[in-house]
Each structure stands twice: as C-alpha cells, then as structure tokens.
Ligand binder design. Structure first.
Ligand SMILES: Cc1ncc(C[n+]2csc(CCOP(=O)(O)OP(=O)(O)O)c2C)c(N)n1
Length: 585
C-alpha cells in the first residue's frame, strides 16, 4: 500500500507518469486528447521563430487496447483532425490473457489504420533495436513534416514475442502476468546470457538510459527560448503560463456574478439546458481555455456558445472552440481527460444523460485522476417525454453521485445553472456533471444570501415559522415542491423547502451548515424524478421518485403518472406527519 509504483501507473503518484493507465484503450484516447491539446496550443501561442509548444505525443498500445471499441472511436477522430504528432507504437505480440489472439482478434490492424487515414510503419521487428530506431526517426519526421504532404497520426507496428528469453513462457499468455518462478528465472538468465545480480543495472545500460543531463539541457534551452518569447510577447507569455497552471483569470468571481445576474434577469420559464448555454455565453468568450464539444447532439445539448465556432481540420489559430466529437461518448470523455492532463484547457462535452453510461469509465478515471472535466448531460429524467425509456435516465443521477470525487449538479433554474457552471469551472481537483432538463422549468426568486448559498450544494429556499417537515428537491422537481408547499400552507401545514442542486458539495459542508439546512428533529421527504435509493441516506421518511424505467408519453402525462403532482406531494407529507404523530403517541 502507498507504493510509489502501484499496480497500474497512476498520475500524481509516480514521477513521470502522465496519465493513469490500466483500463485498456483509454490511454490511447488520452494520447489523442494530448496531441489535440498540443496542436491547438501551438496554433494559439507559437510565433515565427518561437515554437513554444512543439512536442510529439508517443503512446504504447497492445492488442487489448486495439480490441477495445474506444480505440476505433478515437483513432478515427484523430485522423480527421490530422493529429500527425501522435505516434503510436503497437506491441503486436499476438497474445492476450486468454491466449493467442488470432482466435478472437483476426483484424488486419495495418489495413484498419490505413483505412482511418493513418500513416503506418508496418512489420518492424520490435526486438531489433536498429530497425526500431530507424522507424521512430522516420515517424518523428513524418510527424513534423508530413509524409508526401499528408499530415496524419502514425502507427508503428512492432512485432514482438511476449516473455522473450524465457524458454517455457515465451509466446504464451502465462508470460503476461504470472511470476516466472526461480527455476524459470534461472533458465531465462542462461538463455539471455544475463549474469548480473537481481536489481543490478549494468553501468553502460544505466548510462544509456539516464537522460537527466540531456533532459535538463533541453529544458534549459526551452526556458531560454521562452524568456525571449516573454520579452517579445509579454501578454501571450503570461497568458500561456496562466493557462498551463490551470489558473482562472483574476476577475473570475465577477464573471460568475455576471452569469448569475444574466440568469436572474430571465423571468420566463427556461429549460436548464438552455440556461446552460446562456451561462456559456458569458463564460465562453471570457475564458479561452474552455474547449467544448458534443457527441453529435450540439443542437440538443446546447454546448456551443456565441462565437464558439466549430473546430475543423486546417482551422487557424483560435478558430473552433467547439468539437464535433461525432457519436463517440466514451471517446469524447477519455479525450477530454487527455486535454485536461496535458493542460491549457478546461474541456467540457455533452451528450444525453442516459448515454453517460457509455462514457462511464472515463468519468471514473477523471475523478480518480482529479481532473477538471465538465460533462453537460442534458435530457435528464422522464421529463424528455416521448423518446421513451431508452432515453429517460432514471438511475443516472444516483449512480453518478456514487463516483467518489464527482460533483453532480442538478440545477433547478437559470440561476442555479449559472452557479453550477461557475463551480464546475472553478473546481480544479475533479470532474463535474451538469444534469440538465430538456423541458422548461420556472424561474425561482431568491434573496442575495440564497444566491450565495447555492454554491454550498443545498440551502433553505422557502422557510416557514414552526415548519413541521422539510421537502428536499432537485432540478425540475423544485417547482413542484414549491407548489406543494403553498397548498400545504393553505391547509395549515408549514413546510420548509430545501433546494439541493449538488448533494456531493452539500456533503462536504460543515456539520453546522448541514444541520441548519436539514434540522435533525424535522422529518424529510425528497422529491426527485429518479431512483429513490440514494435519498435514504439523508434520513428521509419518504421519497417521491421513479423506481422503474420510464414510459413513452408527453412529459406532463409522465409526471402525473409517476406521482409528481402537488397533490401527491401534499398527500405524502400528510401521511408522513400522521405516521410520525402516531409513533410519538
Ligand atoms: C478495459 C479493460 N478490460 C480488461 C482488462 C484486463 N486486462 C489486462 S491486460 C489484458 C490483456 C491485454 O492483452 P495485450 O494488450 O495483448 O497485452 P499483452 O498480453 O501482450 O501484455 C486484459 C484483458 C483491463 N485492464 N482493462
């Protein structure tokens, strides 16, 4: 435990590790994101004679990575953007855990990558250092200069033998993960003619691999170049440094205020996906690091903003702040991890909430790696209506909240949406999901203090003297809770309404804040159009929820069908109070 070399390489733990790998295929997707980041930053910041951003991205993949579907998603996208500085070494050893891959992976990988439009250097003997060297030098040249005028990512097929040198294990799946054992170690040593003691690295090999001096010299020359760049382009230089440090502009708080004010000025009912675009219209132009996108649902997710422009191959510097990822939810999310890990960007991307499942492991990896990535998940809950249960996410809010370090916002109106966006952008230690409605929701009025309290995840929106119960609501159900509160008041029952747009942020608040919002002595009822299980942890007496798949019908019909009516909330409150009273007797 707590080893600096954990079972799989983890970013932030082992020096030099640039991304956490282990889930096959995602490292390749991260590399695509890094190569994209390099290309966009170079276009933005490089000036004649000052190639400040000028690196290649190298990735190593095995059969497993290329079997994974995500490899198709991202390698297809990589060539459409001419990411020529991406060089992928394919360890083609014909073996995976179950044995010889020819029984389940018979693709012609070289032809596959050529079909994507990649340059392929095929058939290199991965154990022939000279041949490998020559291939890598050629790849690096194509990366920078193109091949016959064509700029494309490069695959180097390296034919290798797994466990080479081990007489009994070479070319078998056992070489993948099983220790050799002492007898086989001896046999391997004599087969390879290796006479050194365990953990002894011969001086000549150590010297050949020790790049500390050459690395320091390269870094010093970059620093010198950057110092000249700073003299010549002081504003660009400090902007580059700001972006690479992941710092927001000094006036970011004022920007949040502006987005909130703009949202508060919209009194009409608005869909929170539209409110999200309104917020982006404030944040996007002011924050050049925001790089958006959608998995082919731009007009539904509303992830573009005024002037964002679509990223196109051959686009010039600064063009295109919105990426059409195509129908590739998993690829998009793992590419966003690569963009974030590279630095210089705050990536966000949209799809329907129900398809967050396609992305899920990349979301988990963003959280594990503490990366600032923002997901715009629209068409939440049953409120999207006629598209039916395939498109109606009922378990997704709860299941996203289960990912450690993922902040899940389900804002109720424009103001909460603007605050959620601000919190997601400001947060630099993990990802945020924004769960947004397709349908319109009413605007809610708030005091200044209440607006400020939104960023605490949950706050008292409407209180009552001698409140007998707390209604907790999120997103599109907040309006319902408010309507029920009025009806209850007419019946002489006082309830408090708590808006809880982000449970995870609320969970991090002080005990004082939590008990001020949810007084321990008051019964609680949660109202959310999703699976109820999650809400019991807040000590609820009842949960008004959807504990089944949805149905295909207009949203108002569905809300009624599933009990999301003021009358049902009122009845549930009365029932809970009755139960409490009889228990007290
Ligand atoms: C997404 C995912 N699925 C399954 C695994 C478990 N796993 C680890 S390595 C491996 C096989 C990899 O085969 P290959 O890439 O050919 O590597 P080699 O056996 O040549 O080392 C599998 C299935 C994993 N790490 N990630």
């Amino acid at each position: 435990m707590h080893s600096r070399t954990p079972g799989h390489p983890e970013v932030g733990i082992t020096p030099g590790v640039e991304t956490t790998t282990g889930p096959l295929g995602q490292g390749l997707a991260n590399a695509v994101g890094m190569a994209l980041a390099e290309k966009l930053l170079a276009a933005r910041f490089n000036r004649d004679g000052f190639p400040i951003v000028d690196h290649l991205t190298w990735a190593f993949v095995g059969d497993g990575c290329l079997m994974e579907g995500i490899s198709h998603e991202v390698c297809s996208l990589a060539s459409t953007h001419e990411l020529s500085r991406l060089i992928v070494l394919y360890d083609d050893n014909g073996i995976s855990i179950d044995g010889e891959v020819r029984h389940w992976f018979g693709d012609d990988t070289v032809a596959r990558f050529r079909a994507y439009g990649w340059h392929v250097i095929a058939g290199i003997d991965g154990h022939d250092i000279g041949a490998l060297d020559a291939a890598l030098i050629q790849a690096a040249r194509w990366a920078r200069e193109g091949r016959d005028g064509v700029f494309a990512p490069i695959l180097v097929q390296c034919r290798t033998v797994i466990g080479k040198g081990s007489p009994a294990r070479a070319n078998t799946a056992k070489a993948h993960g099983e220790p050799l054992g002492s007898a086989e170690i001896e046999a391997t040593r004599s087969a390879l003619g290796w006479t050194h003691a365990p953990f002894e690295i011969p001086a000549d090999i150590r010297q050949a691999w020790d790049t500390r001096a050459s690395g320091a010299a390269l870094e010093a020359s970059w620093q010198a170049r950057f110092a000249l760049y700073r003299q010549r382009y002081p504003e660009l230089a400090s902007e580059f440094e700001r972006r690479m440090r992941g710092e927001l502009p000094d006036d970011f708080d004022a920007l949040v205020d502006e987005a909130v004010r703009a949202a508060a000025g919209v009194v009409d009912a608005v869909a929170t996906r539209k409110a999200s675009q309104n917020a982006l219209n404030v944040y996007g132009p002011a924050l050049p690091e925001l790089l958006g996108g959608s998995a082919d649902l731009t007009g539904s997710n509303l992830t573009d903003f005024k002037g964002s422009g679509a990223l196109r191959r051959g686009g010039t510097a600064g063009d295109g702040r919105h990426i059409n990822y195509g129908v590739r939810e998993f690829g998009m999310s793992a590419i966003m991890n690569g963009l974030a890990l590279h630095g210089g960007f705050i990536a966000y991307g949209g799809t329907f909430l129900t398809f967050s499942d396609y992305s899920r492991n990349a979301l988990r990896m963003a959280a594990l790696m503490k990366q600032r990535v923002i997901y715009v998940f629209t068409h939440d809950s049953i409120g999207l209506g006629e598209d039916g249960p395939t498109h109606q996410p009922v378990e997704h809010a709860a299941s996203l909240r289960l990912i450690p370090r993922m902040d899940v916002w389900r804002p109720a109106d424009g103001v909460e949406t603007a605050v959620a966006w601000g919190a997601a952008i400001e947060r630099n230690d993990g990802p945020s999901s924004l769960l947004l409605s397709r349908q319109t929701v009413p605007a809610v009025t708030r005091s200044v203090a209440q607006v400020e309290a939104i960023s605490r995840g949950a706050y008292v929106l409407r209180d009552a003297e001698e409140a007998q119960l707390v209604l907790i609501a999120t997103g599109s159900e907040l309006g319902l809770a408010l309507a029920a509160r009025e009806q209850l008041a007419e019946q002489g029952i006082a309830v408090r309404v708590v808006s809880m747009p982000c449970t995870t942020v609320f969970d991090r608040q002080s005990a004082n804040w939590k008990s001020a919002v949810l007084p321990p002595h008051l019964p609680r009822i949660a109202v959310e159009a999703g699976i109820s299980d999650f809400w019991w942890k807040y000590g609820c007496d009842a949960v008004i929820a959807v504990d089944s798949f949805g149905e295909s019908a207009p949203a108002p019909v569905l809300f009624k069908h599933f009990g999301f009516t003021p009358e049902n909330v009122v009845d549930t409150v009365r029932e809970v109070l009755r139960r409490r009273a009889s228990a007290a007797r």
